[in-house]
Design a protein around this ligand. Structure first.
Ligand code: SF4
Length: 385
């Protein structure tokens, strides 16, 4: 069997993790590190990431970069010149694809003239801001530092650079967010004229401060919020392209689509994940240890066949494009066309098939865990051609 492209492809996404945050949000379970502008932790991190990039450049000189994504944490805690230094290093290490996309996550309170000048130097790029809501009570509940007027001001400043595509995060599932208040938030987002919205349902994760004090809302309540968001954003001219991602035409994220389409990526920085040559691995989730030794052997995880198929099916069915029946056959030796469960799910309106693409319908996406579970329960060996 020909190895799948996620094993052989050397055109990749590059993720750079900047873990610093000005304050730590009580719901967040990402790897993060409190930012201290009086210490030299930023330069320590930049030096460590530079070492890691050099090691990858030596090891994989033939890579082509399809997308560069600075995520966190909060990448804009770096000084603009530190960000440019990392970016220049990537650009001189590997060729960039002609369509290479650049993204940075920014705190609305960091959109200073220095940062604007640094963004402007890059030409077309994306800025994503963790706005989360326009509702003051919700922002307070989430422990965010910014207010909605801060977000509006940041968007207006960035918009002065006509080449930057602007996206905001939108969180739902908080107890204060009644349908009326959510409608108000959606109106505010629409009026801001942004290009992209990423939606997140609040989950209460073990190990976070919220875990001790909050409960997750019911699936039905979360689904109601999602329906309201979906309807408002699509009415406002956003196209959904993954269950959580809505973009104005031409503004879908190439980097994030790479994750959903099973394309390879390398992650640098503490705790960054990679999926390269068919293996998954993750850098150490400890700031000082990473900075002391950024190039260290990390455990490689070759995902077994069944787990890989499950992941491919789950992430693919969340997207508008769905999954390719031919790819299922070529990559996993699974013939979805012969699956009685797929047939039943299609008859019951949870899946639909158009030529090569198998997609989850709106109703199917609401119960995707169950849809995927049922297909897997059938047993891969029964489906193998
Ligand atoms: S949600 Fe974002 S800003 Fe808040 S602690 Fe987590 S990574 Fe930092």
């Amino acid at each position: 069997m020909t190895p799948p492209s996620f094993v052989t492809d050397t055109t990749i996404g590059l993720y750079i993790h900047i873990p610093f945050c000005e304050s730590l949000c009580p719901y967040c379970n990402f790897f993060k590190h409190r930012h201290d502008p009086t210490s030299d932790i930023r330069s320590q991190l930049v030096q460590a990431i530079q070492q890691e990039l050099i090691a990858y450049q030596t090891r994989y000189p033939d890579i082509v970069i399809q997308s560069i994504y600075f995520g966190g944490g909060t990448p804009s805690t770096l000084l603009p010149e530190q960000w440019l230094k990392l970016l220049n290093q990537v650009q001189s290490a590997w060729p960039l694809a002609t369509t290479c996309e650049l993204t940075i996550e920014m705190d609305p309170l960091h959109v200073t003239p220095d940062w604007l000048a640094a963004l402007e130097k890059q030409g077309p790029m994306r800025v994503s801001m963790g706005a989360q809501s326009s509702d003051a009570a919700v922002l307070k509940h989430l422990g965010r530092r910014h207010t909605w007027p801060d977000v509006v001001a940041a968007v207006e400043r960035i918009r002065s650079l006509s080449t930057v595509s602007i996206g905001l995060d939108l969180m739902f599932g908080m107890p204060q967010l009644t349908p009326d208040r959510l409608a108000g938030v959606l109106k505010d987002y629409e009026q801001l004229g942004i290009d992209h919205v990423s939606t997140y349902g609040l989950t209460v994760e073990p190990g976070t401060p919220f875990y001790k004090t909050q409960t997750t809302r019911s699936n039905d309540a979360m689904a109601d919020d999602y329906d309201q968001i979906f309807n408002a954003l699509t009415m406002a001219g956003f196209d959904w392209y993954e269950r959580s991602a809505f973009a104005k035409p031409g503004h879908a994220s190439i980097h994030n689509q790479g994750y959903w389409q099973f394309r390879p990526y390398l992650g640098v920085g503490p705790s960054a994940h990679s999926f390269f040559q068919g293996q998954r691995f993750r850098n150490i989730s400890h700031f000082q240890s990473y900075c002391q030794s950024p190039v260290r052997p990390v455990p490689m995880r070759s995902i077994d066949y069944a787990a890989r198929f499950e992941e491919w099916l789950m992430v693919g069915l969340r997207t508008r494009e769905g999954v390719s029946v031919i790819q299922a056959h070529q990559w996993f030796s699974v013939d979805l066309n012969r699956s009685p469960t797929v047939y039943t799910l299609t008859q019951s309106g949870l899946l639909s098939q158009k030529q090569d693409r198998l997609v989850a319908t709106y109703a199917g996406r609401h119960v995707l865990d169950t849809v995927v579970e049922q297909i897997l329960l059938e047993g891969l060996s029964d489906l193998n051609p």
